[in-house]
Design a protein around this ligand. Sequence first.
Ligand code: 5RP
Length: 218
Amino acid sequence: MTQDEMKKAAAEAALAYVEAGSIIGIGTGSTANHFIDLLAGMKSKIEATVASSLASAERLQKHGIRVLDLNEAGQLALYVDGADESNYQLQLIKGGGAALTREKIVAGASDQFVCIADGSKLVEVLGQFPLPIEVIPMARELVAREIVKLGGKPVVRPNCITDNGNLIIDVQGLAITDASSLESQLNQIPGIVTNGLFALRPADVLILGTPTGIQTLT
Ligand code: 5RP
């Protein structure tokens, strides 16, 4: 089984969490894209979606799936999205696709967050994957200096402007043993819009596609 087939298998398993008549929050990335494509097969059963990126909104609309603004949709029952890493507490690193801010907003507006990934994303300690941080452009160097003080190595992602018009700084070299504290600490640095730790609001369910089948953690 390829990594992509495992992502697709996880996405397929997440369809079981979709309730008829509901509005579903949709993540961003290759695993979320599988979910979107599979959701198209049952689009008449759902009311609408809320997308976490312009790319996902476009893909949903191409399938003829209705996309609402979050402000119109209100509280959502379900959010389905991928991740770059998850630990066993279902705390995540996200933002590899630069959509972390809208992803955190839609996850925060959802009762249940179902994370879908291939098995390679499950780790003991977060931080092998560089932590993405969305930064207001004028704060780039300030944020970089603060990151160095925390022991990380900041690298501005080349040729990347987020859907919100900001930069992404990827932070290498952090072994994240207390993800909630680091998430809170990063939230205090002026100029950081969002950091890619989803620890204060972790996933509720993690569905992993593995070579031996689906593994579900709660
Ligand atoms: C985008 C994300 C994605 O969920 C994350 O990068 C995983 O992507 P993929 O499903 O392509 O492995 O956080 O900002």
